[in-house]
Structure formats: C-alpha cells, structure tokens
Design a protein. Structure first.
Length: 319
C-alpha cells in the first residue's frame, strides 16, 4: 500500500510544563497507529508563537532526539491563528491534524478521526464540546450567545462548541491556505471552505498543567473578529438604526406641531440628544472596524515571521 504522511501541527505559547507529557502521549497514539496501519508515517510540527519560557529550548531538544519532530519559531507572538496557518502552510502531510499542546485536545481521538477520513466519506473530522464543565458560567453564557448571534447574521454556519482540533485531508488544507487574509478567524474559515465534516462529541477537558493565556477580554475580542470577518450585518444594523431615528424625528416634529412645545421638557430633549449621539458614535465605530480591517488587509503584511526552524538551528550549531 502507498505510504501516507500525517502531519501533527501543534501551536505553542508558553507550554514548557506540558510539552514532555504531550510528546509521550502523542507518540503512544501514533506508534499504535503505525502498528495497525504500517503504511502511515508521521511528522510533528510545533509552532512556537513567541513563547517567553523554555518552550523553544524544549522543542530544540525534541528535534535533536527525533528527526520526525520539526518546529517553527516566530520572531514574536503573532497569535494562535497565525500559528495554525503557519503549521498548515509548512506541513508536508497527505493529512493534517491541528491540536493544542495542553492535552485539552486528547490525542487518543486521532485514530478515530483517521477512520472517518481515510475512506473519503469525510474530508475532515473535528471535535465539538457538548459541555463546558470547569469553565466560568459567565464565559459559557457569552460563548453560547456568540454562536447564536453569528449563525443568525452570517451565511457561514459555525457549529456551537466546535473546536480547532481537526483532522483534514490535503485538499481541505489547500483550500484553507488559498484564503490568505491577514485577519483570520479559523472557525469561520473551516466552515466557509465547506467539505464534509464529521464532529465527534467530547466533554470539556482541563489543561494537563500550566495556566491558560485566554481570558474573557481576549475571547470577546476574538468573537468580534469572527463577526466582522464573516458578516456585514453590523453595517446593515447601522442603516436600520439611522432609518428608525429619522422616523422618530419626524414623529417628534408632528407631535410638537399638534400638541405644542409645553409637552416637551428640557430633560427629554437632552436625553434624546445623548441617545442619538450615542447611536451615531456606535455606527461610526462599526464602520471604523470594517475600515480598519480593510486597512490591514491592503497593507499585505505577512501573517507571521519566522526567526528559527530546526534546520536553521542545526546549521548555526555546525558553524
């Protein structure tokens, strides 16, 4: 049977406490797959997203111990979206798997994902959280609300609870790479490119060690990225609100002409001025967000910049 390569892509940011555990777990899973499917080969591509701890040092050691382990180290922190894009762009596999190093994405699911994809029935297998156990209630509420909102205002439907943990064919990877935008929202991109996806339902899993770098404000900003990237509804909302206030202004003029000025106090006028001013600022802010995204796109800046790989590190040591 013809050999097939599976690329395991692992974005990393300050993951020194879990990397050794992750390596042990991923090797146990992939070694088992190699025994069952002798035609399968693996490469492990770690993306160091400007970590400030010993993540890079550990990845250097991995690459020296096993030639299947590769890494790309960014010149600074570019974010997880850039890390996933870099992994997909630089992987060599017939299939690509994206998962986190903190073991919240259990490697033991990879064989099951491969089973779904290998026969061609599915182009992608991903995981979907069916519970948010251990997550703050406020964060869970806003997460669920985000999926409800974006699925109503966007033509791209995003599965509630869908994770970045995915096993994809090369065809789907190439489709994702064809979308070169600077402002990336991968959950939306995965859905937008289409392809037949099988979701595996999983319980929420705590980090194996260390602390998460995600917080409420980062997730809120990320949700806005998704809304502005895959929907123009906020701009339409501005038009609707403007039209409503035009009608309100006309109604107020008619009311004044019929009832006289004594019906309208100063406080009401001040309140309306503040309300209308706030709506105007809101609409200008929405428009500004779209202009800002366009501004960043037309500058054509790279999504990430590489400072080191296992190859450049090896050459440096040889000099």
């Amino acid at each position: 049977m013809e050999k097939e390569l599976i690329s395991i892509i692992v974005p990393c940011y300050n993951e020194q406490e879990v990397l050794s555990m992750f390596r042990d777990e991923i090797l146990k899973v992939t070694n088992g797959m190699s025994e069952k499917y002798p035609h399968l080969m693996f490469e492990f591509l770690f993306i160091n997203d400007g970590s400030k701890d010993d993540t890079l040092k550990i990845l250097r050691g991995f690459a020296e111990d096993d030639s299947r382990f590769r890494y790309i180290s960014f010149s600074r922190n570019f974010g997880k979206e850039a890390g996933m894009f870099a992994g997909l762009e630089n992987c060599k596999g017939d299939y690509a798997v994206i998962l986190d190093a903190d073991l919240q994405h259990p490697p033991k699911l990879i064989p099951q994902m491969y089973e779904y994809v290998k026969d061609g029935e599915y182009d992608c297998a991903g995981t979907r959280r069916i519970s948010r156990k251990g997550e703050p209630k406020l964060l869970s509420f806003f997460s669920r609300s985000f999926y409800k909102v974006i699925n109503k205002i966007s033509q791209t439907q995003i599965v509630d609870g869908a994770q970045d943990y995915r096993f994809m064919t090369r065809q789907m990877v190439d489709a994702i790479l064809s979308m070169r935008e600077y402002n990336r929202f991968s959950k939306g991109i995965f859905s937008w490119v289409g392809f037949n996806t099988k979701y595996i339902e999983v319980e929420n899993t705590e980090r194996a060690a260390g602390t998460t770098t995600w917080n409420f404000w980062k997730l809120l900003k990320y949700s806005f990225e998704g809304i502005f990237a895959f929907s123009t509804a906020p701009m339409n909302l501005s038009v609707i609100m403007g039209f409503i206030f035009i009608l309100l202004a006309v109604a107020m003029v008619v009311k004044i002409l019929i009832c006289g000025d004594e019906m309208w106090g100063d406080s009401l006028i001040i309140t309306l001025v503040c309300l209308i001013g706030g709506i105007q600022l809101f609409c200008i802010g929405v428009l500004g967000q779209y202009i800002a995204k366009t501004y960043l796109e037309v500058k054509k800046r790279p999504v990430y910049i590489i400072s080191e790989t296992e190859k450049t590190y090896r050459k440096r040591k040889e000099i």
